[in-house]
Ligand binder design. Structure first.
Ligand code: NIG
Ligand code: FE
Length: 391
């Protein structure tokens, strides 16, 4: 039999369920309590009305919100690109080609090294409140190296993405068509059993619209659902292709035409913004305000990878989105929790409501707004994942 715990004396509870709280999208409840039974939330409401439970935890007048859902990361890699970052901060532009540096280091690493690296960054993310994460292959670019990355990832998360189409493998640089054949053929056969999603970097220097379409439709035929690296470094066909193929998410969305914004507003595809990438490549920010005002669903994620965004911190991304991308603190917190869940087509995470998985973050602050108000401060005081206190 599972035991029940009440977390009580919560100054501000973010439920992400408007019907449970003040009617706002965050469904805020003041002076709140949450009851957890085993791995699930079974009750939320005012502290004074909480039912009797086996255990009791006093939140001490601080804020509780759903664990962050980081729907975009690249954690299967080895090596480091400090020199490239340094050069960039001295004025050199970022390009898709830097990926090849990490490919060489990743191929040379053992399975144990790759897994140790993955678990290190997962632990780092968990300490900062991330309880659900997606991660991708894309630094192997051979049949064996892509499949092993996904196999290792699948031991740690259900949200695994096959990104064989990250860049053309260096040994096929002169024959991109042959590489697309490999990605949609033998490599897909080896990778599909370990993955839920298929992704492609649709960008100059990576894959064009026709190649991206070939990759995504081949993956879909094997039961993988598309998500797309779209419109990161330049305008292009990625976002519209994502919406047309009903991809779960179009990621980056940094360079958007009005037609791209309209497509995202009308389709089911979530616009996932990754401000760590603009921060670390010193690029112009994606315009979250424009997407929100048009009616698009927006998610916020880290894009954690050694090249363009080496941060595992969702709170950092929330602060950037509020300061520089036109989001309100409420919108940014929604996008980093419920928005991430939408980008992964999950309804069991990203909210604190009866039936949801008990993934909770306690902040050492009276409200979720402090995530943006106190940037860079380690506010995450405790984390529960599936009802177990892990931080
Ligand atoms: O999401 N855009 C493509 N992939 C990564 C960058 C990968 C790298 O530079 O190693 C991204 O930014
Ligand atoms: Fe990425």
């Amino acid at each position: 039999m599972s035991s029940t715990t009440v977390i009580t004396n919560i100054a501000t509870l973010v439920t992400n369920d408007p019907s449970l709280g003040d009617g706002s999208p965050l469904g805020l409840v003041r002076d709140a309590a949450v009851v957890v039974d085993g791995d699930r939330v079974v009750w939320t409401g005012g502290s004074s009305k909480a039912p009797a439970t086996d255990n009791r935890f006093d939140a001490g007048g601080r804020a509780v919100l759903p664990g962050f859902v980081d729907s975009h990361s690249h954690l299967l890699f080895a090596g480091d690109r400090t020199a490239e970052f340094n050069a960039r901060m001295s004025g050199r532009p970022y390009s898709a080609g830097g990926i090849r540096t990490t490919v060489a280091a990743t191929r040379a690493a053992s399975d144990a090294e790759l897994e140790a690296n993955l678990t290190r960054y997962l632990a780092e993310a968990l300490r900062q409140g991330t309880t659900t994460f997606e991660t991708k292959s894309g630094y192997g670019l051979t049949v064996e190296d892509e499949a092993r990355a996904l196999r290792i990832a699948a031991a740690h998360t259900d949200e695994v993405t096959y990104l064989g189409a990250h860049v053309v493998a260096p040994e096929l640089a002169d024959d991109p068509a042959a590489y697309v054949d490999l990605v949609t053929g033998e490599m897909l056969d080896a990778c599909a059993p370990h993955a839920r999603w298929i992704d492609v970097f649709c960008e100059k220097g990576a894959f064009d619209g026709d190649q991206a379409r070939a990759v995504l439709t081949a993956g879909r035929a094997r039961g993988l659902t598309p998500r797309v690296h779209a419109n990161q470094l330049s305008f292009g066909p990625g976002v519209r292709l994502a919406v047309e193929l009903d991809a779960a998410s179009a990621d980056h969305c940094t360079h958007l035409t009005d037609a791209d914004v309209d497509a995202l507003a009308q389709g089911n595809t979530v616009a996932t913004l990754l401000p760590g990438a603009e921060f670390s490549t010193r690029a112009a920010w994606p315009d979250a305000r424009r997407l929100l005002d048009a009616g698009a669903t927006v998610a916020l994620s880290t894009d954690c990878n050694p090249g363009s965004s080496f941060t595992s911190s969702v709170p950092f991304c929330v602060a950037l989105a509020v300061r520089d991308m036109g989001m309100t603190p409420d919108e940014a917190v929604w996008s980093a929790t419920a928005g991430g869940a939408a980008a992964l087509r999950r309804t069991d995470v990203g909210r604190i409501a009866p039936g949801a998985r008990a993934d909770l973050v306690l902040l050492d602050a009276p409200s979720h707004v402090h995530l943006a108000y106190r940037p860079g401060v380690p506010l995450v005081e405790a984390v529960w994942r599936a009802g177990v206190r892990v931080v």
